[in-house]
Structure formats: C-alpha cells, structure tokens
Design a binder for this molecule. Structure first.
Ligand code: SF4
Length: 297
C-alpha cells in the first residue's frame, strides 16, 4: 500500500503557542490558583486531557461569558479562538489573572472589524454559528457585524444594506477557501459595493491546498482530528470535493478498523491544525504496516 503523508498537516503555530502558554502556566507556581481555560484550548480532547493532567481545569459552556461566570478566583486562559472585549472586561472586573492565548491571526480579524466598524462600515462576517471564534469577533462590534454561514442567510439581512456605501465582508480563519470564495461571490452579486477582507489564515489555506493536491487518486483519505474542530472537518470536505477521494475522520488510531483499509492501494493521511502529532504518527505507522506479513526466520 502506498501511504501519502500530506504536508503540511497537524499543529499550526497558533495551536503550538496556545498549548505552550497553558503548559507554562501549569508549571509557574507564582500564578494565582486555580488555573482555568475558558473553553477548549484547542478543539481536541487529547490536548485538553493533557492539560487536565497538569492541573489546568477546562471549563466548557454555551459561550465564553457564561463560562466565565463559573470562575470566582485564580487565573483564566483565553483560548486560541479569541474572546470578545466584554469577556476580557468581565474577567478584569473580577480581579482574575488573565493569560491570553488568542492566535495572532484571530487578533488580526478582531482589529480589522474594530477599525471598519469605527469607520462606519457594516460587516458581513462569514463564519460558523456557535463557534467561539465568530463569538469573539462579533463581540468587537455587535451592532455592525452580521454573521453569515450560508447563502440562505443573505435573505435575512436588512434591506438597508443594499444601499450601504460602507459595506465589508470578512471571514473566520478556518473555513474552506473554496466554499468561502463561492459565498463571497454570491455576496458580491447582491452587494457590488462590498469590500472583501478574506481572513482565512495561511496555516488553514496551506493544509487545504496540500490535501486538494496530494490526495488526488487516493482510494481513501484519513483525516486525524476532533469532531468539533472546524478545520479538521473542512479537510475531510476538501479531500472529497476537491481531490475526489473518499475521506474519513478519526480521532485516533483506535477509531480505524482493518475493514476501512482492506483493498486500498493508495491512502492519504493528514491531520487538523489542533491534532497532537503523536496521534497522527500512530495512524501513519499503523497504515504503513497494514497488510505486511510477519517475516519468517
Ligand atoms: S488555524 Fe490559523 S487562526 Fe487558528 S490557531 Fe491555527 S494559525 Fe491561528
């Protein structure tokens, strides 16, 4: 069996930095205890479990503001996805020690939206409903930003936007670049005056482009990652729609059964930006050795 190790894959710099901040916090005795992470540090349960073992408690909930209400004292870590200014302010008001692990690429979108809103723009923000990243970005200018997930959402926007001279579109960092391009085109058709700021991060783009290129002709593409990871799910989609390879997502090696590999001649393997490398290495090793007869001596 030929195994195509898609490159680049796995942890991006934003995730590496966020994990580093959380690990160092756990080892720093001078930080106020307890130490909490507001939401999942990255969307991967194995990464979360590692931090739990180090004594850092992950709190989850409907939104960041609600999660924060559970914390009475100590240190809070904001995740790579970013948080709204309201959440930062509330944490400061409560006297909590704050460590901000927001990815610089997410901060860039926050700054963009803040600047555009201050200049009087309305902003269509393409993102996933219920995901923490849009929650944080929209919090920068709740009256000026409209969350758009699908073309159908455009029908729900106020009619007045058609005449708005200052109208912009921005995006979540981890979307499919091809879906987003199609949605931006639909927005342009409806609002020809719109200014486009595509904020899909470079790490996401490179991982998607690598799958679209390298998984072509694969009988199967395996994407290692958590079901809640948006960029992981987009890699499955890219393998199927762009590389035309059947694709599956597994969280770890144990999710892979021999039946999935029987008869496959070319298997491509990649991983979401929040997937610990060890999990992907185990899958690669297993697939590389699959079907090899034990050596007779
Ligand atoms: S996927 Fe992109 S935006 Fe998200 S943490 Fe990684 S580099 Fe940052």
């Amino acid at each position: 069996m030929e195994v195509i190790k898609v490159t680049p894959r796995g942890y991006c710099y934003g995730v590496v930095d966020a994990m580093d901040i959380a690990r160092k916090a756990a080892q720093n005795p001078s930080l106020p205890r307890p130490i909490y992470i507001i939401g999942l540090i990255v969307h991967n349960r194995f990464a979360v479990e590692e931090l739990t073992r180090l004594g850092v408690t992950t709190l989850d909930g409907a939104d960041r503001a609600e999660i924060l209400e559970q914390v009475k004292e100590g240190t809070v870590i904001f995740t790579a996805h970013g948080v709204s200014p309201q959440v930062k302010q509330r944490a400061a008001e409560r006297g909590l020690h704050i460590l901000d692990a927001t990815c610089p690429d997410v901060t860039k979108t926050h700054d963009l939206v803040t600047r555009l809103a201050a200049q009087g723009y309305h902003i269509l923000y393409i993102g996933k409903k219920g995901h923490p990243e849009p929650e944080g970005v929209i919090g920068e200018a709740p009256d000026a930003v409209y969350l758009v997930e699908t073309e159908a959402d455009l029908d729900t926007l106020p009619d007045s936007l058609r005449d708005a001279s200052r109208l912009a579109v921005s995006t979540q960092t981890t979307l499919s670049q091809w879906d987003t391009a199609a949605l931006i085109e639909a927005i342009r058709q409806r609002y020809p005056q719109v200014e486009v700021y595509n904020e899909i991060c470079l790490a996401t783009q490179l991982r998607q482009q690598a799958v679209a290129r390298m998984a072509v002709g694969a009988d199967l593409t395996i994407v290692v990652g958590d079901p809640r990871s948006n960029n992981t799910n987009r890699l499955v989609q890219v393998a199927e729609e762009l590389a035309h390879s059947p694709a599956i997502r597994v969280e770890r090696l144990e999710d892979l059964s021999p039946e999935m590999l029987v008869g496959k001649k070319r298997v491509a393997i990649t991983a979401g930006a929040s997937t610990p490398s060890q999990l992907t290495r185990e899958v690669i090793r297993y697939v590389e050795n699959f079907g090899l007869e034990p050596q007779l001596v």
